[in-house]
Design a protein around this ligand. Structure first.
Ligand code: BGC
Length: 779
């Protein structure tokens, strides 16, 4: 089940001795505490000695100014993904003051810029081209949160692989992805960019995406460097407001927010991006604790660290640096290797070295990390190897890529309600297709859609239905309502009502506008913006069957819809092939199998709401006698509208006979939990079988349950399968009262089922405490 935890396995075997009930690690401090498999052995296929010699010789020739140039990343004039832009980036390249460029792509353009670096600078060191290739490059897949809802790691990895292939064919060497921030506050617009609220699911997806982007050989032509971002704890921005302050206990940081980042290191992610937020008073970009102590020293990260857009500069308004020069000093000494768009390093590092505030060795270390990646990509052999117009022609928008995008989209949809099995629709029915998202190309691909075409290629739902039926089904389309926040005009309602009156079924494509999610897109409520709710209520009066196709990049509060429409299909922003994919699911060509990677609240006031909360000393008990002095709201239930892990299918699955092969788990051994899953419905389908574990008593309190495994299985109609999960002590580990990573002896509950509310249970005991990793003094 746990495919990847090499570092933990390495620890639990071998170097342990027992002292008063604890398995202590070998305390010989001359050895590194644990040895990771070197990432370079895995995918960085270079000969280390040859590379070191090459880079030593190159660095010996470089002036300090040239070295500082390598640490400078500037945006090209093609796109602007932050507040500033330098007009003279081409001049700066020629002067040897730039090591990398972002927001530049196509074989021709990257070749032109590369020429400036290779032919016009003294040493001809090639540029590195970066870009936000998040959920596809040209062929756009569902937004990352949507992909996560597929719970299909192979599909997610393939999507990143295809994105890398297309990006690499257009001159891009490096993507600013995956975004691995755990996010539990849907007011924060960037919840759409990650994998949701859960640490286990997000960690597995982080691995899949790093492997997808980087492939198994960084020197191959169809790979790009990955960048795990935003490091760290960006997802817990106070009040859900982007860029806002983050405060959390060190334990929460380690148990919840860091694991996906550590997994990215284990998979060989070539770079990390610092986050904009401060964490416990220290901006992440100036945090030696995060960048040096944890990332580079403790995790042994061998890649390079880049800032987010002007994040060094922002340490001044944060109130952490007196001025830009001071900010630069703090950043380089904390472990930031590359400055994105801030020009702080290029303007100040020379002087800081002269003043002995920054050591040359610190700069050398940063330069080496960057040059090594250029070397691994083969850029010193051929700086133009990614800028190949023929390859670009061949790879972009390939048929196979489009097919994959359609397939991943279908897998990402979550069926939230399906009263009386109104879905799938039958082909004989006439359809009223209504809503601002029914025929809007630009919305289909969502935010951070890289070089994806927003105006021609995306297939809308209206187009998807027309492509499927031609004239054989009456589709009466009316936009009807607006999704703009300030919209009040209801003039379009009449046309929508007319369309509905002449149709057998009403399909409403509603939700958020694409740019209401993503960066700088926080919201104070999670309602339908504009006049959409009002129109839905008018349509309800017609008494016709109603289907809501919901599109959004975050959980929304849709209690009215849940109570009043017959079926709800959440389709996120489904990508270039979205309209075809939605049509496939509405008409039953594909049976929905997605599960929510985030909890849907009933009311924004419940936020943050997530399944693996703590119990409290006064948990609410709906059947208890005492109601008043309980942890609850007076005017809303504690329960979510839809829990994490939830999602229906056109068929029905039942769970039975949960069994554990042993009631005792001994360290070094495992317990197997099994359950029978049966397809009792009338369609073949896929189910995500989920394993949750509760540690009943801990040296620090433990969540009510935590996801520890999942398997996506296919069952034919009437078929039954036995699904097994292997549980070992490392699955039970957390940061204990002393901040050691440990599993504590005692009783554990097991839950298996189709959502985080799974109620098939079993119990086992861990026989002794097991310690996997000692705390750092700083933890
Ligand atoms: C975002 C990053 C992104 C960068 C470069 C920033 O504003 O926070 O996620 O990678 O811009 O476009």
């Amino acid at each position: 089940m746990i495919k990847y935890k090499r570092s933990l396995i390495a620890l639990s075997v071998g170097a342990a001795l027992t002292v008063s009930g604890w398995k202590y690690l070998d305390s010989d401090s001359s050895k590194p505490e644990f040895k990771k498999e070197s990432v370079s052995e895995k995918i960085w296929k270079d000969d280390k000695a040859v590379m070191a010699k090459f880079i030593d010789e190159l660095m010996a020739k470089m002036t300090l100014e040239e070295k500082i140039g390598q640490l400078n990343l500037l945006t090209s004039g093609w796109d602007k993904t932050g507040p500033t832009m330098s007009d003279d980036y081409q001049e700066q390249i020629k002067e040897g003051k730039v090591g990398a460029i972002f927001n530049a792509f196509t074989a021709d353009y990257t070749r032109d810029l590369q020429k400036l670096a290779v032919e016009e600078t003294r040493l001809g060191i090639p540029l590195l081209f970066g870009y936000d290739v998040i959920h596809g490059h040209r062929t756009i897949f569902p937004i990352s949160l949507g992909e996560a809802a597929s719970w299909d790691l192979d599909a997610i990895q393939d999507a990143s692989r295809i994105a890398a292939t297309e990006a690499a064919a257009e001159g891009i060497h490096w993507t600013f992805a995956p975004m691995v921030d755990i996010a539990r506050d849907p007011r924060w617009g960037r919840v759409s960019e990650g994998s949701g609220e859960d640490v286990f699911l997000s960690t597995e997806i982080a691995r899949a995406r790093v492997n997808g982007f980087q492939g198994d050989d960084l020197g191959a032509l169809d790979t790009v460097l990955a960048c795990a971002k935003h490091y760290a704890a960006y997802g817990q921005a106070q009040a859900g407001r982007d860029y806002h302050t983050t405060n959390m206990s060190t334990r929460e940081l380690w148990d919840t927010y860091l694991p996906p980042f550590e997994a990215a290191v284990e998979e060989g992610a070539a770079s990390f991006m610092t986050s904009f937020n401060e964490l416990n008073g220290v901006p992440a970009t100036g945090s030696k604790y995060l960048l040096d102590d944890i990332l580079k020293q403790r995790w042994g990260f061998e890649g390079f660290v880049v800032t987010d857009y002007t994040a060094i500069n922002e340490m001044v308004p944060h109130g952490f640096a007196a001025d830009l020069k001071h900010a630069g000093e703090l950043a380089i000494n904390a472990g930031v290797d590359m400055d994105m768009q801030g020009s702080v390093y290029s303007d100040n590092l020379l002087e800081l070295v002269e003043e002995e505030k920054v050591r040359i060795s610190q700069i050398d270390n940063a330069v080496r990390r960057i040059l090594e990646m250029k070397y691994r990509l083969g850029l010193f052999e051929d700086p133009y190897r990614y800028s190949d117009t023929d390859r670009q022609e061949r790879e972009i928008y390939k048929h196979a890529h489009m097919e994959a995008a359609r397939d991943v989209a279908r897998k990402s949809f979550v069926l939230l309600k399906n009263q009386n099995s109104i879905l799938p629709l039958s082909e004989g029915q006439s359809v009223a297709l209504i809503g601002p998202l029914a025929d809007s190309k630009q919305d289909m691909i969502g935010s951070w859609s890289a070089a994806g075409d927003r105006w021609e290629k995306p297939v809308t739902l209206l187009e998807g239905l027309k492509a499927r039926f031609g004239d054989s089904v009456d589709i009466n389309y009316a936009k009807g309502a607006s999704y703009e926040f300030d919209a009040t005009d209801t003039a379009g309602f009449a046309e929508a009502i007319e369309a509905a009156k002449k149709s057998d079924v009403i399909v409403m494509a509603m939700g958020e506008k694409w740019n209401m999610t993503g960066e700088a897109a926080s919201r104070v409520d999670l309602n339908f913006p504009g006049t959409q709710s009002a129109l839905m209520k008018e349509l309800k009066k017609l008494g016709k069957p109603m289907v809501l196709v919901l599109m959004s990049g975050r959980p929304m509060t849709i209690t009215w819809a849940d109570e009043n429409v017959d079926a709800i299909l959440h389709t996120w922003y489904a990508g270039t092939q979205g309209g075809h994919a939605i049509a496939d699911v509405l008409y039953g060509d594909y049976n929905p199998s997605g599960k929510l990677p985030v909890t849907f609240p009933r009311h924004v006031g419940q936020v943050p709401i997530y399944y693996n909360m703590k119990n409290t000393g006064r948990p609410f008990d709906p059947n208890g006698e005492e109601q008043k002095y309980r942890s609850r709201y007076l005017n809303e239930s504690n329960a979510p509208l839809y829990p994490f892990g939830y999602g229906l299918s056109y068929t029905e699955f039942s769970y039975s006979d949960l069994a554990l092969n042993s009631q005792i788990l001994n360290p070094g051994s495992s317990v197997t939990a099994s359950i029978n899953v049966t397809n009792n419905g009338e369609h073949a389908g896929e189910e995500v079988v989920q394993l949750y574990i509760q540690d009943k008593v801990g040296s620090v309190t433990r969540p009510v349950r935590e996801l520890k495994g999942f398997q996506k299985i296919h069952l034919e109609q009437g078929e039954r399968k036995t699904v097994e999960f292997t549980i070992s002590a490392e699955d039970l580990a957390f940061h204990d009262i002393d901040m050691n990573l440990a599993a504590e002896a005692g009783e554990f509950n097991v839950f298996i089922g189709g959502s985080s509310e799974a109620n098939n249970t079993g119990t086992f005991q861990l026989s002794e405490n097991v310690q996997f990793r000692r705390a750092n003094p700083n933890d």
